[in-house]
Every structure is written in C-alpha cells, then in structure tokens.
Design a protein around this ligand. Structure first.
Ligand SMILES: [Zn+2]
Length: 207
C-alpha cells in the first residue's frame, strides 16, 4: 500500500466547561469559570481542597470540591503540594472534567473548540491516495467526529457521509462513529484515490 499516509492527531479541548450556578450576587443563573486556583483548608487532620470558580459577570466565587474532610494521611504529599502551588496541569485536569462538574452542579455549558496537533508518522508517499488518521485525546471533547473531520480536513459533512456510505471512509470498530465524539486511540481510514482535490485534503490532514 504505497499510497498510504499515516498521521496522528493529538486532540485537546480549548475551552473548559462552565457550570451554570445561581449567583447570589447577580441574582440569577450565571456561567462560572475556573480561576485556575485551588483553596486548601486544614482542620486538624482533615483537609478540604476546592478549585475556585468565579461568576463571569460579577466575580463572585464558587468552590468546586476536589475532596472534602479527607484524612491528611490519605493524601499523597505530591498532590497536596500541587494543590497548594496551584499546579496549572492539575487545575486544567479538574476544570475539564465535565462529567464530575455536571454531577456537582447539574447544568454546565460545553464548548466544541479543540486544538489539533498533527504528526506525520512516516515520510509522505509521492502520491498519497489513502489517509490513516490516528486520534489521541488526553480528555473527552464535546464534539462529533464528523464535525471534527469536516473542520480539520476542509470538507463538508455531507461529503464525509457519502464517503462513509461508499465505504471509502472507515472508522475502526465503530460503524456509527461519525455521529459520536472522537475517542482516544480511534483510527480512521479514508480512501482518496478518486478524489480530484486529494492533495488539498492530504495537506489539511498533515499540514
Ligand atoms: Zn454573579
């Protein structure tokens, strides 16, 4: 398969979900966003840790519990140091954990914006006729696979649909994958041998 080009896309969400909270200062439901700062409270042997959120309109704060009343002995020293030092990677990981956030507040706003880093895995064949895209995700993104591919490859979703119907586009192990969010480790194969604009699409996939 000399015309096969393997590319890895590392996908990361760009905007953290925002909990919708009844703001007692604004007097209504407002989105709150992560401040990136933790608050750690020690009460004897018991420790609480929260990620602090602020109302986008009035800056009022809301504490998102990371843990509460946990025994100091049960907390890794490295974790405690990261919390006390407002470690940006730790704050990001909690801020992007949409499932936990939703379970705390009920309603959240999510954003489909993602950053895609492209890594061409092998030397590009002279005439690329087949794309093999490997997706890696550090965390879930609230975005359908067809919207991701359409945006990144510069093709319409109806064209992707037509490719899928003609089996020109295959997603490993999941026939209905286009309508669902991408998953870590997903592999997508697209046969472009009959597409007149294939060089443009290949460039978009790996540029
Ligand atoms: Zn407010």
């Amino acid at each position: 398969m000399s015309g096969l080009l393997r590319i890895r896309w590392a996908i990361a969400p760009e905007i953290a979900p925002r909990p919708l909270i009844t703001c007692n200062r604004c007097g209504g439901l407002r989105p709150y966003r992560s401040s990136g700062k933790f608050r750690v409270n020690a009460n004897g042997k018991r420790i609480d840790a929260w990620l602090i959120y602020r109302c986008v309109d009035c800056d009022n704060s809301w504490n998102f519990a990371i843990f509460e009343r946990r025994n100091r002995r049960d907390i890794e020293p490295a974790l405690l140091a990261a919390l006390e030092g407002n470690d940006p990677a730790l704050a990001r990981r909690h801020a992007f954990d949409a499932a936990v956030l939703r379970s705390h507040v009920g309603r959240i706003e999510e954003f489909p914006d993602v950053a895609v880093e492209r890594h061409v895995l092998e030397r590009r064949p002279e005439h690329t006729t087949m794309l093999d895209l490997r997706l890696t995700l550090e965390m879930p993104v609230p975005l359908r696979l067809d919207r991701l591919l359409a945006g990144e490859l510069g093709v319409s979703r109806s064209r992707l649909q037509a490719w899928e119907e003609r089996r020109q586009l295959c997603v490993e192990l999941d026939a209905r994958a286009l309508r669902k969010p991408p998953r870590d480790g997903m592999a997508i194969r697209i046969d472009l041998s009959d597409e007149p604009d294939r060089d443009t699409i290949v460039a978009a996939a790996g540029a």
